[in-house]
Design a binder for this molecule. Sequence first.
Ligand SMILES: Nc1ncnc2c1ncn2[C@@H]1O[C@H](COP(=O)(O)OP(=O)(O)OP(=O)(O)O)[C@@H](O)[C@H]1O
Ligand SMILES: [Mg+2]
Length: 367
Amino acid sequence: MRVIAIVNQKGGCGKTTTTVNLAGALAADGHRVLILDMDPQAHATLAVGLEPDDLEVNLYEVLVEPAGASRLDSVIVDVTDDIDIAPSSIVLSALEQKLAAERHDARTERLAAALDTLPPLYDYVLIDCPPNVGLLTFNALRAASEVIIPLETSFFAIDGVQKLLETISLLSDRIGHQLHVRVLPTLYDGRTRYARQTLGDIRELFKELCFDSVIRLNVKLREAARQGLPISLYAPSANGALDYASVAMELDASPPDQASVRAGASEVELEETIASGPPREVVVRFRDASAGDVRIAGDFNGWVPDKGVRSLIESDGQTRVWTKILQLSPGEYQYRYVVDGEWREDPDNPQIVKSAIGGRNSLLVVR
Ligand SMILES: Nc1ncnc2c1ncn2[C@@H]1O[C@H](COP(=O)(O)OP(=O)(O)OP(=O)(O)O)[C@@H](O)[C@H]1O
Ligand SMILES: [Mg+2]
């Protein structure tokens, strides 16, 4: 059973559309899918044709009980032969306050504990999250082993994603389980140059963490939601159906143990290697004839360019040499240079590693 949380604190980026239509596409491929609607707005519940007010029970009943006390299957509703849903309701918004007095761990493991009580009926569990990183999203992340972050390919898409990745990484670290993160470009309008450019930026930034599939803007997706059907049933030949079918195929072809990079890899590994001796002076040099400003950023200074670093600039004929003096304990450190505002690997260092978000960093080993 693969448990996937669909997360982004940004509203309207396609979380619910992705949850419901990916469920439809996976079901069309013969998988059994459970949707968990963790958003008090209950949009996923509505998008599969249910009216939250007509339902007697919902996920609130499961989450409000102490871990393991309430069985998840008592709130599950059949949507189609292959899709079930644990519905939401506006009462879910009261959960945070209701559980305020409880220990953080006890509050955030409710959904994971409830999932443990399920018989192994499902191939996929897709969790639709609200547009914030509060208690409900934390519960989803604790229960999941994979995360899909839908990113709208328009203005400010990437804003806040770094923060979200850090949160996911910290959480993976704290709960000691890996979360495999992937980014899905959504609401893509290929007619505009801006969208094409943003898609390029997203691919460049997230590299193999980005799905090859892209969800195009398609009005049929909106209509399908209004009709209470996944698009695979409402308009199976529409672009929206084809795009989600393509995501389903990619997802199915790469189970999490083969997923390329996990969030937080660098931090977790770093903690194991760092601070195993007194700091000493480490000198690195960057040579360039045309650069005006060269700074260094890495694990050692929280990726803040030149923070805590002593710099010297010398000339070596035509070439200028930037000397950076770092104070480092034995361990491994990832870093990059910021050359006139552009982030670059160290051209003189052949040791390159993948960063937590799929980019490339230079590696410095201090013995
Ligand atoms: N590819 C698309 N083409 C056209 N419309 C879309 C597409 N994806 C989503 N939409 C529409 O955009 C709106 C927002 O999408 P959606 O509800 O999936 O976002 P969300 O991230 O779940 O929002 P929230 O943060 O409020 O939960 C909806 O009206 C939805 O039907
Ligand atoms: Mg939503």
